[in-house]
Design a protein around this ligand. Sequence first.
Ligand SMILES: [Zn+2]
Length: 414
Amino acid sequence: MDGNRVLALGLGVTAPWRLVEQRLDTDRQPHELHLRVEAERGAQFGCPVCGRLCQAHDFKDLTWRHLNFFQHHCYITAKVPRTNCPEHGVRRVQVPWAREGSHFTLLFEQAALLLVREMPVLTAARMIGITDQRLWRIVEHYVAKAVAGLDLGALKAFAFDETAARRGHVYVTIFIDLDRRRQPVLFVTPGKGKETVARFRAFLAAHGGEPGRVVEVVCDMSKAFLAAVGEQFPTAAVTVDWFHVVQLFTKAVDTVRKAEARLVKMPGAVRWAVLKAGDGPLTEKQAEALAELESGGFLTAAAWRIKELLRWVRHAETPRAARWRLTHFLRHARDRIASSPLLDAFRAALDTVETHRHRILQRWTSTHSNARLEALNGMFQLVRARARGYRNVDTFIAMIYLVGAPLPKLVNSI
Ligand SMILES: [Zn+2]
């Protein structure tokens, strides 16, 4: 087998195409390897629409960037014919090594996608020597294609949440399959209102799913979301996830602390940071910081205690115990804030919990893990790092799919 044939195999060049010339251009930095591919003389080509074999009507030189050859950039140039099919007229034929309209070979795009799964797009773009806009275009193309092929036929329970795509209040809403532990993302759409739930229902129906078979939906306590779920998935039980309950109270503690700091001198910010860090059981250092706040008679300590009491509610083992603990929690918290106007920040949080009590308690009868939305936050951080320098909501959405959705065929399908 001669060298040209070996190279041609590696390029995905198949008959009637063959490699006819290779030239290393050492005048450019990095050096460029130029490969020239031609069809055999007199070869016939299939019409891109119907496949009917036709003579070449005319030719045009097209060039594709190919995988680097060691440190050299590599380009393939070919005279690509147009066919003149009696039925479909004059059309440019498809070459086997690149997809229509792309300036890169399939192998180049495949390598680019493999990199993007492992590192930020900007880094990958620099590594392979193309602009990040171009790399994003490749990513978006293959992600859209893979998402179009998602099968939601087995979906029975989902959760959804919104996140900021970037500063300036641009949001996207993400829907995940509660029965998938890994890569649970099914659908990502711009916005954070009712319309996002309607769009998911349409997506579900278009991907083999049956909205009436959804038995459980997990979300936060936003009125728009809850109303939309009631309309679009009327037969599903709605569970408010615990993560959002804790979030409400964390915000309330922060409000109390800020209000108190305006009135009296508080112990150092460092102590507060120690106390605030992490949501697990109190560490020794955190307990010290809390004791310091308490011995100073600070209301921030009382606020912290209210929030911590939530943990006691969460550890209830039966639905009945949970109901009892939540009732007790609400009563205790209301008593506590009644005597201290500074703790009023808790009133709205307590009212919200009261309103959604049955949906919050649903987690004790639900068969699905409710820690999923919390886990999503970790994924969003990864996505933001990967999409650093991204330009718009679409690139952010593409990256969420790439990192979080079950798209195994993304690369294989090339
Ligand atoms: Zn045709």
